[in-house]
Each structure stands twice: as C-alpha cells, then as structure tokens.
Design a protein around this ligand. Structure first.
Ligand code: RP5
Length: 163
C-alpha cells in the first residue's frame, strides 16, 4: 500500500529521535514509509527521492536531521509537498545547530520547523496527521479523540507530586 507520509532522516542514529513521529502515526493509523536519506552522504538519492515523491503518492514529508541539518531544506527545494523539519539534538551544540539550519530557509522555499528532539519528532507526526485530516474526516475524529484524552488526563491529575 502507498504510504501518505515519507518519514526520512539523515542517519540511522536519528531513528531514536524520529521514532516518536512513527509512534503517533501508528496511534492514529496514518501510513508512512521510513528511510535514511542523507543530504550530504547520499545527495543524488535525496534529489531523486524528493523529485519522485508526488508521483509516489506521498502527501507530506517529515525530515529529521542533526548538526548541519540540510535535509529538510534540500528536500523542500526538490518538491512542492509540505516538508516538516525536525532538528535532531546534536552532541556538540545540543541541537541549536540543527534548529538554525532547518529554520532559516530563504523566502520562497518553505519548511515547517518543529522543536528540537523527541517532542519535535512526535509533533511532526502529529502535524502531518493533522494536515492529512483536513481531507480525511475519519482521521480528524481520531485526532479529536487524542486531544480530548490528553486534556482529560491532565485535568484528572492536577497534583504535581503524584505520578
Ligand atoms: C546528520 O548528521 C544526521 O542527520 C545525524 O543527525 C548526524 C550524525 O550522523 P551520524 O554520524 O550519526 O551518522 O547528517
């Protein structure tokens, strides 16, 4: 079956972060394809992947990368599909390098930048699902239910000293 979301990342080492995106898409029943595609180590593969993404039927692309994180921007340069960028937390600079590399796109080529690290990865999966839900009422209902459940859990546990 053709997946709706391409979940790509610069290295296998990014998976520990990026699996958060897969987790929420599993919860919501969103189909995705996972693959390592590196802007620097496999630049030709990146261009081919992004250029064929529409034809392959993807609707949203999530790209995670750390350090000199050019992956989401270069993917966005090669496709009109919405690209969500996740700055992976780097060892040297704690992900500030990744964040700035992804966020500071030039006018005319858009990347939606999420937070650094695991929260950003989870939210990328959630945001990709929300984009798909615009034209998918069944998915929209699942997202509403997820949000209500999250709110109910917080309201039912107001004491910060309790687990
Ligand atoms: C980036 O360099 C990757 O996205 C990764 O976050 C970082 C380090 O990659 P490895 O050296 O762990 O393969 O391209």
């Amino acid at each position: 079956m053709q997946a709706d979301v391409a979940l790509i990342m610069g290295s296998k080492s990014d998976w520990a972060t990026m699996e958060g995106a897969a987790e929420i898409m599993d919860t919501l029943g969103v189909s995705y394809h996972v693959e390592v595609v590196s802007a620097h180590r496999t630049p030709v593969k990146l261009a081919e992947f992004a250029e064929s993404a529409v034809e392959k039927g993807f609707k949203v692309i999530i790209g995670g990368a750390g350090g000199a994180a050019h992956l989401p921007g270069m993917v966005a340069a090669h496709t009109r599909l919405p690209v969500l960028g996740v700055p992976v937390q780097s060892k040297a600079l704690n992900g500030m390098d990744s964040l700035l590399s992804i966020a500071q796109m030039p006018k005319g080529v858009a990347v939606g930048t999420l937070a650094i690290g695991t929260a950003g990865a989870f939210n990328a999966g959630l945001l990709a699902s929300q984009i798909l839900a615009v034209t998918n009422p069944e998915l929209a209902e699942k997202i509403e239910a997820f949000r209500i459940s999250q709110t109910d859990t917080v309201l039912a546990n107001p004491d910060p000293r309790e687990a």
